[in-house]
Design a protein around this ligand. Structure first.
Ligand code: ATP
Ligand code: MG
Length: 576
């Protein structure tokens, strides 16, 4: 440590909010260069490489073959699939000296599809799984939490090519199993959830979410059935529609000062027959939407008043379009939008697209805005008095909602996406006409899967799940060093003893970090806790009496071990 390129910090960096970010910076693992762009210092790089190697071993074990593609890519293939436009502002676009458009790869479906097309021509070559562990670039809107969401980050991306759906399913399952082994080895607590396929296109897809309070993804689980899904992928079960016969006429009422759902429900319970709650009201939320390369258009979203619009669900439903809330200027420019009193009628009369929650089925009657200040309409019946342009999954999922399989209530939690597996199907092989000659002599269009692991993100995820108030606590498989050996004794004999102990452990194949600095024992112990090696060995005062101390960073337990037995005791502690 006296020569290690390492400076630990006493204070949290000012821009850090989540524990992993604070600790990885304080412990000198990473350093920020620009927003979402980080350098890996010696200790951090060792963890990154360890994660990479576990991923590599498990990918190799399913027969995947490692290759390495460039990050600097031509525009053309991404134009062929429309992703040059659809990726929007997230894509780093660059021009070369001749003014030719290029990009920094955010993910590589296009290039892998082209590569397989150019190399393979017969069904005999298939199936094949190719992967790379490579630096990706995405100009994230909100880079966050250090390496957790970077603009430059390391991903393992693999791509399977098969002759038919059964082959694709087998490749998908092989990846799913490999991912489970990877995350088990990394000691990550995670769940597998149903996912939407987002900008990738395609059908079946699942995400691996590490359980964490600081996660940006919300997922729900049903304990009774085992159903688990990212909230973005939850499909709301639609109730049966209701016959119109006997439903009362819609009536407009004066409802002074009822711009909120709460005040509206209070008014209804005071004024109307019966009892009402927020779920009886229809809240119309206005957003604007822009298709890739298109113009902003208004969109009205109707949801039961007891639910907010979940912006992430809304975005996922509208992908690849962009969504934004309306500004004051938008309201001013569209005078028919009466804030607090917006109803389906004005939207439809003014040609604004109007999508509703799946619960808004034909025959349901609603209290909703009458498009005039201080007025609401009661008993407005879907399918009779207004006809939405369709349904949309945009309403928030609430704890306790019925699971889509009807088997029990949903429970929500937060997670960080660490892996994503997709059955893409033929989206990309169609775009590039990736065919081989089939067994029958006719061409066969290949079907494709794509699979990602957030390699650099995992370093932060492990730190996030495995730390305490004193510092990091690396699981053995990824710790930068197996043993942190602290010399806490100025005596020459002790220093000599510690140095030879380090050499003997090294000869046993252990990686040893030797704290041979001149600092005080207190400083050294603090750093050992901060840096988080799994086993800390202290050569201290006890050395004179023939003992060293062996501490388990994880459990905090410590034991005195005779110097003569120290090597075997430490090897046993490391190897479990
Ligand atoms: P997110 O929803 O977190 O933005 P994504 O859906 O964009 O992720 P994919 O395109 O499926 O992610 O990428 C594969 C994996 O790469 C993700 O599961 C995640 O672990 C990792 N990853 C994606 N974006 C980033 C990023 N900005 N920084 C670090 N890792 C990332
Ligand atoms: Mg993303």
């Amino acid at each position: 440590m006296s020569t290690l390129f390492l400076r630990t910090l006493r204070d949290d960096p000012a821009d850090a909010e989540v524990p992993s970010h604070k600790l990885l910076v304080r412990a000198g693992y990473v350093r920020r260069v620009a927003p979402g762009v980080y350098s890996w210092l010696p200790l951090g790089l060792r963890v990154l490489r360890a994660v990479e190697n576990i991923v590599r071993e498990e990918m190799n074990s399913i027969g995947a073959q490692e290759i390495l593609l460039p990050a600097l890519l031509p525009r053309e293939p991404y134009e062929t699939t429309a992703r040059w436009t659809e990726y929007g502002d997230n894509l780093f676009r660059v021009k070369d000296r001749k003014g030719t458009d290029m990009l920094l790869g955010p993910t590589h479906e296009e290039i892998f599809a082209q590569l397989v097309k150019s190399e393979y021509s017969s069904y005999k070559d298939l199936p094949v799984i190719l992967y790379q562990i490579q630096t990706k670039y995405r100009d994230e809107e909100r880079p966050r939490a250090g390496i957790l969401r970077g603009r430059e980050f390391v991903m393992k991306d693999s791509y399977s090519f098969d002759l038919d759906d059964d082959g694709l399913k087998a490749s998908y399952i092989a990846h799913r199993d490999a991912y489970q082994r990877i995350f088990a080895r990394l000691a990550v607590r995670y769940v597998i959830v149903a996912a939407t396929s987002g900008a990738m296109g395609g059908s079946a897809s699942e995400e691996f979410l590490a359980e964490s309070e600081v996660g940006e993804d919300t997922f729900v689980r049903c304990v009774e059935s085992g159903y688990a899904a990212n909230v973005e992928a939850v499909v709301t079960p639609a109730p049966e529609s209701i016959p119109f016969d006997g439903l009362a006429e819609a009536q407009v009422h004066e409802t002074p000062d009822t711009t909120t759902i709460e005040t509206l429900v209070a008014w209804a319970n005071e004024t109307l027959d019966g009892t009402f709650d927020a779920a009886d009201t229809l809240k119309n939320v206005m957003v604007k939407v822009r298709q890739p390369g298109g113009e902003w258009e208004l969109l009205g979203i109707g949801v039961p008043g007891n639910r907010e619009v979940d912006f992430k669900r809304l975005e996922a439903s509208l992908e690849p379009a962009e969504v934004e809330m309306l500004t004051e200027a938008d309201f001013t420019a569209n005078a028919f939008l009466v804030k607090g009193y917006i109803g389906p009628k004005a939207l439809q009369e003014n040609g604004v697209r109007y999508l509703v929650d799946p619960r808004v089925v034909d025959g349901t009657a609603w209290i909703t805005g009458a498009d005039q200040p201080n007025r609401h309409v009661v008993g407005l019946v879907a399918g009779r008095d207004f006809t939405p342009d369709g349904t949309i999954e945009a309403a928030e999922i609430l704890d306790g909602d019925l699971s889509p399989d009807g088997k029990g209530p949903l429970v929500a939690a937060k997670g960080i996406e660490i892996g994503h597996i997709f059955q893409l199907g033929q989206k990309y092989t169609n775009a590039f006409e990736v065919d081989v000659l089939g067994e029958s002599g006719k061409p066969v269009r290949l079907t494709m899967g794509s699979y990602g692991v957030g390699v650099s993100r995992l370093v932060a995820v492990i730190a996030e799940q495995q730390h305490d108030d004193k510092g990091l606590c690396w699981p053995a498989e990824v710790a930068p060093y197996d043993v942190h050996l602290v010399i806490a004794n100025k005596d020459e004999a002790a220093i000599g003893g510690a140095t030879s102990l380090a050499e003997e452990l090294d000869a046993e194949g252990l990686d040893v970090l030797l704290d041979d600095r001149k600092s005080s024992p207190g400083v050294k112990f603090k750093d050992a806790e901060l840096l988080g090696m799994p086993i800390v060995v202290v050569v201290g005062r006890g050395y004179a009496n023939g003992v060293v101390e062996v501490r388990d960073r994880f459990t905090g337990e410590s034991a005195e071990v005779p110097v003569d037995n120290a090597v075997s005791a430490i090897v046993a502690a490391v190897r479990g």
